[in-house]
Design a protein around this ligand. Structure first.
Ligand code: PLP
Length: 443
Protein backbone atom coordinates (compact mmCIF):
# COMPACT_ATOMS: atom_id res chain seq x y z
CA UNK A 1 0.00 0.00 0.00
CA UNK A 2 1.22 3.48 -0.80
CA UNK A 3 1.75 5.90 2.06
CA UNK A 4 -0.94 8.48 2.77
CA UNK A 5 -1.27 11.06 0.07
CA UNK A 6 0.92 13.97 1.08
CA UNK A 7 -0.86 17.24 1.20
CA UNK A 8 -0.63 20.65 2.70
CA UNK A 9 -4.19 21.79 2.97
CA UNK A 10 -3.60 24.33 5.69
CA UNK A 11 -3.36 27.15 3.18
CA UNK A 12 -5.07 30.43 4.06
CA UNK A 13 -8.81 30.41 3.65
CA UNK A 14 -10.42 32.45 0.92
CA UNK A 15 -11.76 35.64 2.50
CA UNK A 16 -15.39 35.72 3.48
CA UNK A 17 -17.69 36.94 0.79
CA UNK A 18 -15.61 35.73 -2.14
CA UNK A 19 -17.38 34.11 -5.05
CA UNK A 20 -18.26 30.46 -4.69
CA UNK A 21 -16.48 28.40 -7.32
CA UNK A 22 -19.01 27.06 -9.76
CA UNK A 23 -19.06 24.68 -12.69
CA UNK A 24 -17.90 21.12 -12.80
CA UNK A 25 -15.14 20.37 -10.34
CA UNK A 26 -12.09 18.44 -11.47
CA UNK A 27 -11.98 14.86 -10.29
CA UNK A 28 -8.71 15.48 -8.57
CA UNK A 29 -7.21 18.76 -7.59
CA UNK A 30 -4.34 20.01 -5.52
CA UNK A 31 -5.14 19.05 -1.93
CA UNK A 32 -4.27 22.52 -0.69
CA UNK A 33 -7.14 23.97 -2.65
CA UNK A 34 -9.70 21.82 -0.83
CA UNK A 35 -9.49 23.87 2.34
CA UNK A 36 -9.86 27.08 0.36
CA UNK A 37 -12.86 25.68 -1.48
CA UNK A 38 -14.48 24.54 1.75
CA UNK A 39 -14.01 27.94 3.32
CA UNK A 40 -15.40 29.76 0.28
CA UNK A 41 -18.41 27.47 0.00
CA UNK A 42 -19.18 27.76 3.71
CA UNK A 43 -18.78 31.54 3.71
CA UNK A 44 -21.30 31.85 0.88
CA UNK A 45 -23.74 29.28 2.32
CA UNK A 46 -27.16 30.84 2.95
CA UNK A 47 -28.20 27.86 5.11
CA UNK A 48 -25.19 28.05 7.45
CA UNK A 49 -27.17 29.78 10.27
CA UNK A 50 -29.57 26.80 10.41
CA UNK A 51 -26.96 24.77 12.24
CA UNK A 52 -28.08 26.57 15.39
CA UNK A 53 -31.39 24.79 15.05
CA UNK A 54 -29.60 21.58 16.12
CA UNK A 55 -27.88 20.40 19.27
CA UNK A 56 -24.86 18.53 17.98
CA UNK A 57 -22.16 17.26 20.31
CA UNK A 58 -18.81 19.08 20.31
CA UNK A 59 -16.10 17.48 18.26
CA UNK A 60 -18.35 15.23 16.21
CA UNK A 61 -18.80 15.31 12.45
CA UNK A 62 -22.19 13.71 11.98
CA UNK A 63 -22.58 11.95 8.64
CA UNK A 64 -25.25 9.47 9.72
CA UNK A 65 -28.32 11.71 9.63
CA UNK A 66 -29.68 9.42 6.91
CA UNK A 67 -30.11 6.77 9.62
CA UNK A 68 -30.94 8.85 12.68
CA UNK A 69 -31.15 12.62 12.40
CA UNK A 70 -29.62 14.60 15.28
CA UNK A 71 -31.57 16.42 17.99
CA UNK A 72 -33.22 19.65 16.82
CA UNK A 73 -32.87 22.46 19.37
CA UNK A 74 -36.65 22.97 19.53
CA UNK A 75 -37.36 19.44 20.72
CA UNK A 76 -36.32 19.39 24.41
CA UNK A 77 -38.56 22.34 25.36
CA UNK A 78 -41.45 20.95 23.32
CA UNK A 79 -41.15 17.60 25.07
CA UNK A 80 -40.85 19.28 28.45
CA UNK A 81 -44.11 21.12 27.72
CA UNK A 82 -45.77 17.98 26.38
CA UNK A 83 -44.86 16.00 29.47
CA UNK A 84 -45.31 18.48 32.30
CA UNK A 85 -48.01 20.82 31.13
CA UNK A 86 -50.00 18.89 28.55
CA UNK A 87 -49.84 15.43 30.06
CA UNK A 88 -49.03 16.24 33.68
CA UNK A 89 -51.42 19.14 34.21
CA UNK A 90 -54.00 19.22 31.46
CA UNK A 91 -54.35 15.45 31.49
CA UNK A 92 -57.06 13.99 29.25
CA UNK A 93 -58.32 17.48 28.38
CA UNK A 94 -55.27 17.78 26.12
CA UNK A 95 -57.01 15.80 23.38
CA UNK A 96 -59.19 18.89 22.91
CA UNK A 97 -57.43 21.77 24.67
CA UNK A 98 -53.98 21.08 23.28
CA UNK A 99 -55.30 19.78 19.96
CA UNK A 100 -53.83 16.33 20.39
CA UNK A 101 -56.65 14.84 18.38
CA UNK A 102 -55.77 16.95 15.32
CA UNK A 103 -52.01 16.30 15.58
CA UNK A 104 -51.73 13.46 13.03
CA UNK A 105 -53.22 15.61 10.27
CA UNK A 106 -51.55 18.83 11.43
CA UNK A 107 -48.11 17.20 11.49
CA UNK A 108 -48.99 15.42 8.26
CA UNK A 109 -49.53 18.76 6.55
CA UNK A 110 -46.19 20.06 7.85
CA UNK A 111 -44.48 17.03 6.29
CA UNK A 112 -46.60 17.46 3.17
CA UNK A 113 -45.08 20.89 2.57
CA UNK A 114 -41.65 19.26 2.36
CA UNK A 115 -42.70 16.54 -0.10
CA UNK A 116 -44.85 18.56 -2.47
CA UNK A 117 -48.22 17.55 -1.08
CA UNK A 118 -51.00 20.11 -0.69
CA UNK A 119 -52.72 20.03 2.72
CA UNK A 120 -55.19 17.28 3.49
CA UNK A 121 -53.32 14.38 1.91
CA UNK A 122 -50.72 13.36 4.49
CA UNK A 123 -51.15 11.76 7.88
CA UNK A 124 -48.44 11.25 10.51
CA UNK A 125 -48.31 8.29 12.86
CA UNK A 126 -47.40 4.62 12.96
CA UNK A 127 -44.29 3.36 11.19
CA UNK A 128 -43.20 3.19 7.59
CA UNK A 129 -43.65 -0.58 7.64
CA UNK A 130 -47.27 -0.23 8.78
CA UNK A 131 -48.03 2.48 6.22
CA UNK A 132 -46.49 0.32 3.51
CA UNK A 133 -48.78 -2.54 4.40
CA UNK A 134 -51.82 -0.31 4.50
CA UNK A 135 -51.10 1.56 1.28
CA UNK A 136 -49.96 -1.44 -0.78
CA UNK A 137 -53.04 -3.39 0.23
CA UNK A 138 -55.41 -0.50 -0.46
CA UNK A 139 -53.74 0.16 -3.80
CA UNK A 140 -53.88 -3.46 -4.90
CA UNK A 141 -57.53 -3.73 -3.83
CA UNK A 142 -58.40 -0.81 -6.06
CA UNK A 143 -57.00 -2.63 -9.13
CA UNK A 144 -58.71 -6.00 -8.59
CA UNK A 145 -58.30 -7.14 -12.19
CA UNK A 146 -54.51 -6.84 -12.12
CA UNK A 147 -52.47 -9.76 -10.69
CA UNK A 148 -48.99 -8.22 -10.31
CA UNK A 149 -47.35 -6.28 -7.56
CA UNK A 150 -43.94 -4.89 -8.53
CA UNK A 151 -41.09 -3.75 -6.34
CA UNK A 152 -37.34 -3.21 -6.48
CA UNK A 153 -35.03 -6.15 -5.61
CA UNK A 154 -32.69 -3.49 -4.19
CA UNK A 155 -35.41 -1.90 -2.09
CA UNK A 156 -34.97 -1.67 1.67
CA UNK A 157 -35.79 -5.11 3.13
CA UNK A 158 -38.98 -4.13 4.96
CA UNK A 159 -40.45 -2.84 1.68
CA UNK A 160 -39.78 -6.20 0.05
CA UNK A 161 -40.99 -8.28 2.98
CA UNK A 162 -44.24 -6.38 3.23
CA UNK A 163 -44.84 -6.45 -0.51
CA UNK A 164 -44.37 -10.23 -0.39
CA UNK A 165 -46.83 -10.57 2.47
CA UNK A 166 -49.42 -8.36 0.78
CA UNK A 167 -49.05 -10.39 -2.40
CA UNK A 168 -49.60 -13.60 -0.44
CA UNK A 169 -52.56 -12.17 1.41
CA UNK A 170 -54.31 -10.95 -1.75
CA UNK A 171 -53.28 -13.82 -4.01
CA UNK A 172 -51.08 -11.63 -6.19
CA UNK A 173 -47.73 -12.32 -7.76
CA UNK A 174 -44.75 -10.25 -6.58
CA UNK A 175 -42.24 -9.31 -9.28
CA UNK A 176 -38.91 -7.74 -8.37
CA UNK A 177 -37.78 -5.42 -11.14
CA UNK A 178 -34.82 -3.04 -10.74
CA UNK A 179 -35.81 0.62 -11.03
CA UNK A 180 -33.80 1.12 -14.20
CA UNK A 181 -35.53 -1.83 -15.91
CA UNK A 182 -39.02 -0.84 -14.85
CA UNK A 183 -40.11 1.04 -17.97
CA UNK A 184 -39.07 -1.91 -20.17
CA UNK A 185 -40.96 -4.27 -17.90
CA UNK A 186 -44.06 -2.07 -17.96
CA UNK A 187 -43.99 -1.96 -21.75
CA UNK A 188 -44.41 -5.75 -21.70
CA UNK A 189 -46.51 -6.40 -18.62
CA UNK A 190 -47.82 -3.00 -17.54
CA UNK A 191 -51.44 -3.91 -18.16
CA UNK A 192 -51.19 -6.61 -15.48
CA UNK A 193 -49.57 -4.46 -12.79
CA UNK A 194 -51.74 -3.24 -9.90
CA UNK A 195 -49.15 -1.26 -7.98
CA UNK A 196 -45.46 -0.45 -8.17
CA UNK A 197 -43.60 0.27 -4.92
CA UNK A 198 -40.22 2.00 -5.28
CA UNK A 199 -37.85 4.30 -3.45
CA UNK A 200 -36.31 7.29 -5.26
CA UNK A 201 -32.89 6.78 -3.63
CA UNK A 202 -31.00 3.50 -3.28
CA UNK A 203 -30.37 3.35 0.47
CA UNK A 204 -27.02 1.68 -0.04
CA UNK A 205 -25.42 3.43 -3.00
CA UNK A 206 -27.16 6.80 -2.80
CA UNK A 207 -28.20 6.59 -6.45
CA UNK A 208 -31.21 8.77 -7.25
CA UNK A 209 -33.75 7.57 -9.80
CA UNK A 210 -35.95 9.60 -12.09
CA UNK A 211 -39.03 9.86 -9.88
CA UNK A 212 -41.13 11.77 -12.36
CA UNK A 213 -40.24 9.42 -15.24
CA UNK A 214 -40.99 6.30 -13.20
CA UNK A 215 -44.27 7.75 -11.95
CA UNK A 216 -45.30 8.60 -15.51
CA UNK A 217 -44.45 5.12 -16.80
CA UNK A 218 -46.39 3.43 -14.00
CA UNK A 219 -49.43 5.63 -14.42
CA UNK A 220 -49.34 5.33 -18.22
CA UNK A 221 -49.63 1.59 -17.67
CA UNK A 222 -52.78 2.19 -15.64
CA UNK A 223 -51.03 1.01 -12.46
CA UNK A 224 -50.65 2.86 -9.17
CA UNK A 225 -47.41 4.41 -7.94
CA UNK A 226 -46.34 4.07 -4.32
CA UNK A 227 -43.16 5.92 -3.34
CA UNK A 228 -41.18 5.19 -0.20
CA UNK A 229 -39.59 8.54 0.62
CA UNK A 230 -37.48 7.44 3.60
CA UNK A 231 -34.28 8.64 1.91
CA UNK A 232 -35.83 11.62 0.14
CA UNK A 233 -38.14 13.41 2.59
CA UNK A 234 -36.26 16.37 3.98
CA UNK A 235 -33.27 15.64 1.77
CA UNK A 236 -34.39 16.70 -1.70
CA UNK A 237 -37.42 18.24 -3.38
CA UNK A 238 -40.20 15.73 -3.98
CA UNK A 239 -43.21 16.85 -5.98
CA UNK A 240 -45.83 14.26 -5.09
CA UNK A 241 -48.80 16.27 -6.37
CA UNK A 242 -47.08 17.63 -9.45
CA UNK A 243 -45.75 14.20 -10.45
CA UNK A 244 -49.12 12.60 -10.04
CA UNK A 245 -47.92 10.09 -7.44
CA UNK A 246 -50.74 7.99 -6.03
CA UNK A 247 -49.40 7.02 -2.61
CA UNK A 248 -46.27 7.68 -0.60
CA UNK A 249 -44.85 6.66 2.74
CA UNK A 250 -41.75 7.71 4.61
CA UNK A 251 -40.09 7.79 7.96
CA UNK A 252 -39.35 10.92 9.96
CA UNK A 253 -36.30 9.88 11.98
CA UNK A 254 -33.80 10.12 9.10
CA UNK A 255 -33.44 13.46 7.28
CA UNK A 256 -36.48 14.91 9.07
CA UNK A 257 -34.78 14.53 12.48
CA UNK A 258 -37.97 13.53 14.32
CA UNK A 259 -36.17 11.32 16.84
CA UNK A 260 -35.67 7.57 17.26
CA UNK A 261 -38.79 5.71 16.19
CA UNK A 262 -40.51 8.96 15.18
CA UNK A 263 -43.99 8.54 13.68
CA UNK A 264 -43.89 7.98 9.92
CA UNK A 265 -46.18 9.46 7.27
CA UNK A 266 -48.61 8.29 4.62
CA UNK A 267 -49.69 10.32 1.60
CA UNK A 268 -52.88 9.40 -0.22
CA UNK A 269 -53.55 11.63 -3.23
CA UNK A 270 -56.86 13.44 -2.82
CA UNK A 271 -58.35 11.66 -5.85
CA UNK A 272 -57.92 8.27 -4.13
CA UNK A 273 -59.16 9.12 -0.68
CA UNK A 274 -62.85 8.40 -1.13
CA UNK A 275 -62.04 4.87 -2.30
CA UNK A 276 -59.09 4.27 0.03
CA UNK A 277 -59.95 0.81 1.36
CA UNK A 278 -57.12 -0.08 3.68
CA UNK A 279 -56.91 -3.11 5.92
CA UNK A 280 -56.02 -1.49 9.28
CA UNK A 281 -59.40 0.02 9.99
CA UNK A 282 -58.75 1.39 13.43
CA UNK A 283 -61.20 3.50 15.38
CA UNK A 284 -59.25 6.75 14.86
CA UNK A 285 -60.07 6.53 11.15
CA UNK A 286 -63.81 6.18 11.79
CA UNK A 287 -66.17 8.90 10.62
CA UNK A 288 -67.53 9.24 14.17
CA UNK A 289 -64.92 7.70 16.46
CA UNK A 290 -66.65 8.76 19.66
CA UNK A 291 -69.97 7.23 18.67
CA UNK A 292 -68.16 3.98 19.46
CA UNK A 293 -70.39 2.04 17.13
CA UNK A 294 -69.73 -1.56 16.18
CA UNK A 295 -69.54 -0.98 12.45
CA UNK A 296 -66.70 0.73 10.61
CA UNK A 297 -67.58 3.82 8.60
CA UNK A 298 -64.46 5.52 7.27
CA UNK A 299 -63.91 9.23 7.82
CA UNK A 300 -63.90 11.57 4.86
CA UNK A 301 -60.54 12.58 3.46
CA UNK A 302 -57.10 11.63 4.70
CA UNK A 303 -58.50 11.15 8.22
CA UNK A 304 -59.56 7.65 7.24
CA UNK A 305 -55.89 6.67 6.98
CA UNK A 306 -55.55 7.11 10.72
CA UNK A 307 -55.41 3.86 12.66
CA UNK A 308 -55.22 3.90 16.45
CA UNK A 309 -54.29 6.32 19.21
CA UNK A 310 -51.13 8.15 18.10
CA UNK A 311 -47.93 8.20 20.18
CA UNK A 312 -48.45 11.80 21.32
CA UNK A 313 -45.06 12.43 22.90
CA UNK A 314 -43.27 11.29 19.76
CA UNK A 315 -45.68 13.17 17.56
CA UNK A 316 -45.12 16.42 19.46
CA UNK A 317 -41.35 15.87 19.36
CA UNK A 318 -41.63 15.40 15.60
CA UNK A 319 -43.75 18.51 15.22
CA UNK A 320 -41.09 20.54 17.02
CA UNK A 321 -38.32 18.90 14.98
CA UNK A 322 -39.98 19.92 11.72
CA UNK A 323 -39.67 23.59 12.69
CA UNK A 324 -35.99 23.23 11.73
CA UNK A 325 -37.34 23.52 8.16
CA UNK A 326 -39.30 26.72 8.83
CA UNK A 327 -38.60 29.29 6.12
CA UNK A 328 -36.46 26.82 4.20
CA UNK A 329 -37.27 25.74 0.66
CA UNK A 330 -36.33 22.22 -0.40
CA UNK A 331 -34.59 23.65 -3.48
CA UNK A 332 -32.12 25.40 -1.18
CA UNK A 333 -31.59 22.19 0.76
CA UNK A 334 -30.99 20.34 -2.48
CA UNK A 335 -28.46 22.86 -3.79
CA UNK A 336 -26.39 22.64 -0.64
CA UNK A 337 -26.77 18.87 -0.34
CA UNK A 338 -25.41 18.43 -3.87
CA UNK A 339 -22.58 20.78 -3.06
CA UNK A 340 -21.73 18.77 0.06
CA UNK A 341 -21.85 15.35 -1.58
CA UNK A 342 -19.99 16.63 -4.65
CA UNK A 343 -17.33 18.13 -2.42
CA UNK A 344 -17.08 14.91 -0.42
CA UNK A 345 -16.46 12.94 -3.60
CA UNK A 346 -13.83 15.50 -4.66
CA UNK A 347 -12.11 15.28 -1.27
CA UNK A 348 -12.17 11.49 -1.49
CA UNK A 349 -10.68 11.52 -4.99
CA UNK A 350 -7.80 13.69 -3.84
CA UNK A 351 -7.13 12.61 -0.28
CA UNK A 352 -7.85 8.89 -0.55
CA UNK A 353 -6.01 8.32 -3.80
CA UNK A 354 -4.17 4.99 -3.70
CA UNK A 355 -5.80 3.82 -0.47
CA UNK A 356 -8.18 1.32 -2.04
CA UNK A 357 -11.43 3.32 -2.11
CA UNK A 358 -13.84 3.38 -5.03
CA UNK A 359 -16.62 5.96 -5.25
CA UNK A 360 -20.02 4.34 -5.68
CA UNK A 361 -22.46 7.27 -5.71
CA UNK A 362 -22.98 8.65 -9.22
CA UNK A 363 -21.23 11.93 -10.04
CA UNK A 364 -24.12 13.34 -12.07
CA UNK A 365 -26.19 15.56 -9.77
CA UNK A 366 -29.48 14.27 -11.15
CA UNK A 367 -28.45 10.74 -10.15
CA UNK A 368 -27.25 11.56 -6.65
CA UNK A 369 -29.33 11.47 -3.48
CA UNK A 370 -28.13 13.02 -0.24
CA UNK A 371 -25.38 10.59 0.64
CA UNK A 372 -21.93 9.82 -0.72
CA UNK A 373 -20.80 6.22 -0.67
CA UNK A 374 -17.35 4.71 -1.04
CA UNK A 375 -16.47 1.08 -1.48
CA UNK A 376 -13.56 -0.46 0.44
CA UNK A 377 -13.01 -4.10 1.42
CA UNK A 378 -12.26 -3.05 5.01
CA UNK A 379 -15.34 -0.84 5.37
CA UNK A 380 -16.30 -2.18 8.78
CA UNK A 381 -13.01 -1.40 10.52
CA UNK A 382 -12.72 1.93 8.73
CA UNK A 383 -16.12 3.13 9.92
CA UNK A 384 -15.36 1.98 13.49
CA UNK A 385 -11.97 3.69 13.54
CA UNK A 386 -13.46 6.85 12.05
CA UNK A 387 -16.15 6.93 14.74
CA UNK A 388 -13.44 6.66 17.39
CA UNK A 389 -12.05 9.89 15.89
CA UNK A 390 -15.45 11.60 16.09
CA UNK A 391 -16.52 11.14 12.47
CA UNK A 392 -19.76 9.20 12.42
CA UNK A 393 -20.82 7.50 9.21
CA UNK A 394 -22.05 3.97 8.76
CA UNK A 395 -21.46 0.94 6.64
CA UNK A 396 -23.62 -1.44 4.67
CA UNK A 397 -22.30 -4.94 4.29
CA UNK A 398 -20.08 -6.05 2.92
CA UNK A 399 -18.00 -3.13 1.76
CA UNK A 400 -19.86 0.20 1.58
CA UNK A 401 -18.96 3.25 3.65
CA UNK A 402 -21.99 5.50 3.74
CA UNK A 403 -21.83 9.22 4.47
CA UNK A 404 -25.20 10.94 4.69
CA UNK A 405 -25.29 14.70 4.44
CA UNK A 406 -27.96 17.01 5.75
CA UNK A 407 -27.74 20.55 4.42
CA UNK A 408 -29.38 21.97 7.53
CA UNK A 409 -26.42 21.41 9.82
CA UNK A 410 -23.34 20.28 7.92
CA UNK A 411 -20.56 22.38 6.46
CA UNK A 412 -18.05 21.75 3.70
CA UNK A 413 -15.33 22.20 6.32
CA UNK A 414 -16.71 19.23 8.25
CA UNK A 415 -16.84 17.14 5.10
CA UNK A 416 -13.17 17.93 4.52
CA UNK A 417 -12.35 17.03 8.13
CA UNK A 418 -14.12 13.71 7.69
CA UNK A 419 -12.16 12.81 4.55
CA UNK A 420 -8.86 13.88 6.12
CA UNK A 421 -9.58 11.66 9.10
CA UNK A 422 -10.46 8.79 6.78
CA UNK A 423 -7.19 9.29 4.95
CA UNK A 424 -5.28 9.22 8.24
CA UNK A 425 -7.10 6.11 9.44
CA UNK A 426 -6.67 4.20 6.18
CA UNK A 427 -3.15 5.45 5.52
CA UNK A 428 -1.96 4.48 8.98
CA UNK A 429 -3.74 1.13 9.06
CA UNK A 430 -5.51 2.21 12.24
CA UNK A 431 -8.68 0.34 11.27
CA UNK A 432 -6.85 -2.98 11.50
CA UNK A 433 -6.46 -2.64 15.26
CA UNK A 434 -8.08 -5.44 17.17
CA UNK A 435 -10.72 -3.23 18.74
CA UNK A 436 -12.12 -2.31 15.31
CA UNK A 437 -12.34 -5.89 14.06
CA UNK A 438 -15.78 -7.20 13.20
CA UNK A 439 -16.92 -9.71 15.80
CA UNK A 440 -18.77 -12.79 14.65
CA UNK A 441 -22.43 -12.44 15.54
CA UNK A 442 -23.65 -15.15 17.87
CA UNK A 443 -27.23 -16.09 17.14
C1 PLP B 1 -35.46 3.41 6.90
C2 PLP B 1 -36.35 2.78 5.93
C3 PLP B 1 -37.47 2.06 6.35
C4 PLP B 1 -37.74 1.87 7.81
O1 PLP B 1 -38.98 1.34 8.10
P1 PLP B 1 -39.48 1.34 9.63
O2 PLP B 1 -40.83 0.80 9.59
O3 PLP B 1 -39.36 2.74 10.12
O4 PLP B 1 -38.53 0.48 10.41
C5 PLP B 1 -38.32 1.53 5.39
N1 PLP B 1 -38.06 1.70 4.07
C6 PLP B 1 -36.97 2.38 3.62
C7 PLP B 1 -36.74 2.55 2.16
C8 PLP B 1 -36.08 2.91 4.54
O5 PLP B 1 -35.00 3.57 4.12
Amino acid sequence: MRPPHPDREESPAVPTGSAVPTGPSPLTEAPESLAARAAALDAADPLAPLRHRFLLPEGVVYLDGNSLGPLPAAVPAALEDAVHRQWGTDLIRSWNDNAWWQAPLRVGDAIGRLVGAAPGQTVAGDSTSIHLFNALTAAARSRPDRPLLVTDPDHFPTDQYIAASVARLLGLELRRVPARELSGFLAEEGGRVAVAGYGPVDYRTGELYDMAGITRAVRDAGALMLWDLCHAAGALPVRLDAMGADFAVGCCYKFLNGGPGAPAFLYVAARHQAAFDHPLTGWNGHAAPFALSGGYVPAEGIGRARIGTPPMLSLLALEAALTAYDGVEMEQVRAKSLSLTGFLLDCAATLLDGLGFTPVTPREPERRGSQAVLRHPEAYGLIQALAARGVIGDMRAPDLLRFGVNALYLSHGEVLTAMRQLRDVAGGGEHRADRFRQRATVT
